[in-house]
Design a protein around this ligand. Sequence first.
Ligand SMILES: Cc1ncc(COP(=O)(O)O)c(C=O)c1O
Length: 396
Amino acid sequence: MELKLSQRVLSLKPSPTLAISAKAKELRAKGVDVIGFGAGEPDFDTPEFIKEAAIKALREGKTKYAPAGGIPELREALAEKFEKVNGVSYKPSEIVVSTGAKNILFLLFLMLLNEGDEVLVPAPYWVSYTEQIKLFGGVPIEVPTEEEKGFVLTVDDIKPFVNERTKILILNSPNNPTGAVIDEKNLKEIAQFCLERNILIISDECYETFTYDGEKHISTASLDEEIKRITFTVNAFSKTYSMTGWRVGYVGCPNEEYAKVLTNLNSQSISNVTTFAQYGALEALRNPEAPKFVEKMRLTFERRRDLILSKIREIPDVKVNTPKGAFYVFPNFRNWVAKFDNDLEFTKYLLEEAKVAIVPGSAFGYEGFARISYCNSDEEIIEGMDRIKRALENLA
Ligand SMILES: Cc1ncc(COP(=O)(O)O)c(C=O)c1O
């Protein structure tokens, strides 16, 4: 039967990562021991005190519709969090809660983009940005960052791509997939430039708690009041508290007017984030044990990052930067990819030969690289990287 699809969805691409994860699943179903490094989520369970708070909320009958922008207690707690952790003062009425950072971004593009508006997307980028922008008639403009500079975005990277149609710049620090963290000097220069050129900033800070080597995450909106007025600060409970399946994300808006529009969009689409999940999120902000959990995870990931880097550096002809944040490494496999048609074929080879699943760089706009997540045990990291090394040595 002919599908009667709208123009809008015709260009929507399935994620190239799906091919690899479908293949990995197929192999696992056949009993093959595949080690997956594709996951974008911590391998920790959500802390018990958060689960308990949601269970308590359920028992107390918090099972009905809730205010579209988020329960008031959560927005108040988020305002305190923004102040204390990020050094940004938002009123609760400037904060909106929605179903994960992904839907927050979706609603922001829906709210801000007109046909033909250009959005600067520093590459390598998280794949949903470009697809969401296109859905709303926007034009994603890829801004390459330099491997030699650890993929850290600079104002000079952006300048050649700016014109009168440029409406938004996406910042994602710490970055998925590179782990790059934008330092204060670069961040200031970028934000100042956006201010001068009347460009809005969407600052996706989902990985803010995962920084290493003493590197500090800086919230774009904390730089100064003027910059705050052009910045949307996007964040979520997903990675920070290992709550990916709960679907609770939030945004701090430059003013109440934007927050009202986003709240209306929530009210006409999702109604509200699952009510008892919001009580779990509230507990994550209020429970004194939560920062200890976050720090334990951070230390674990820092140690694993060092382990995976040392293992990757044993593989011949592979270059890898030391990422300062998030939980991914993004090595340059170009010398090996050259033996295949493209990096997807390369990662398929690794899956078939080494029984290791990694995500091709082309999924993030960088052909020849691959994203390896280290949300795995030490044993899996060691075994997985040894398998890749052996499979590549067989090719040599
Ligand atoms: C950079 C980035 N932004 C947003 C998201 C979406 O997060 P959430 O699960 O809260 O929707 C992810 C998840 O992988 C991500 O990597």
